[in-house]
Design a protein around this ligand. Structure first.
Ligand code: COA
Length: 247
């Protein structure tokens, strides 16, 4: 892996740790972070040693305060912006990972910060976390999947309210809305994420991956199609288990 400047990527005991690392700018998501994140996500996806990954933000104040406003609308042209997005579809890559991803969220979780968290499967927040989707105030709409992932997680009405009003929500309300799974003290944030990761990694990576796919892909299908998917994945799993026994 290359040397990164704005992301720290570490591996320990089958857990990948991804730290957004621009604390002086509240971990705002800039082009460099996009490029580094793309490489890190590809590594997580392909590395059999990594069974689960935890995403967090460096510093005391933020997980991520959204897109870097100093780069806002700086692409030379919409065509170039589209081309870059096509070449480096970070969000598509994020959502294609079948390993469990856990977000450990503290402080400001805004814009792209919320969207990164939504690309993860389980979200743990510390009591001081504050969530917001401020795109309307900038005259734009979410561009990192948020318009699709947010309603899938908190439902249409709440997603529309949070997005259209730009209202911030605290950790307690985020938990009530099911945006986060649990709220813990700041000191317990990483340990809580690690407890989840350490439990998950004890199970078969294939079964874990199929279970994630059954749920995440199934949510976009009708019940009937979802049940077919479950059967198909279950059959594949049994076949692979039977194959292992034969060998
Ligand atoms: N892009 C670039 N820099 C950012 C940033 C962003 N999204 N958010 C914060 N920063 C920088 C600030 O410019 C400041 O840098 P400086 O110390 O060099 O001046 C530093 O991070 C600390 O932020 P500051 O605004 O001083 O902290 P605060 O506690 O007063 O306010 C926020 C915190 C999050 C309320 C405020 O920074 C903010 O509104 N940020 C923009 C959020 C946003 O709209 N994101 C885009 C979503 S699409």
């Amino acid at each position: 892996m290359g040397n990164f400047e704005v992301i720290i990527y570490e591996k320990q005991d089958n857990v990948g740790y991804v730290t957004l690392n621009r604390p002086q700018a509240l971990n705002a998501y800039n082009l460099q972070m996009r490029d580094e994140l793309y490489q890190v996500l590809a590594a997580i996806k392909d590395d059999p040693e990594v069974k689960v990954a935890i995403f967090r933000g460096a510093g005391d104040r933020a997980f991520c305060a959204g897109a870097d406003l100093t780069e806002f609308l700086t692409a030379p042209s919409p065509t170039i912006a589209r081309q870059v997005r096509w070449e480096r579809d970070v969000w598509g890559l994020f959502l294609s990972i079948t390993k469990p991803l856990i977000a450990a969220l503290h402080g400001y979780v805004l814009g792209d910060g919320v969207e990164i968290a939504l690309c993860c499967d389980i979200r743990v927040a510390s009591e001081d976390a504050r969530f917001g989707v401020p795109e309307m105030g900038l005259g734009i709409i979410p561009a990192a999947g948020g318009s699709q992932t947010l309603p899938r997680v908190i439902g249409r009405a709440h997603a529309l309210e949070v997005l259209l009003t730009g209202r911030w929500i605290n950790a307690e309300e985020a938990c009530h809305l099911k945006l986060v799974n649990q709220v813990v003290s700041r000191d317990d944030l990483l340990p809580a994420a690690e407890r989840l990761a350490n439990k998950i990694k004890t199970y078969s990576p294939v079964a874990i991956s199929y279970a994630k796919q059954a749920i995440t892909r199934g949510l976009d299908l009708s019940l009937e199609q979802g049940l077919e998917l479950e059967t198909k994945l279950g059959d594949c799993l049994l076949t692979s288990l039977a194959g292992k026994k034969l060998n």
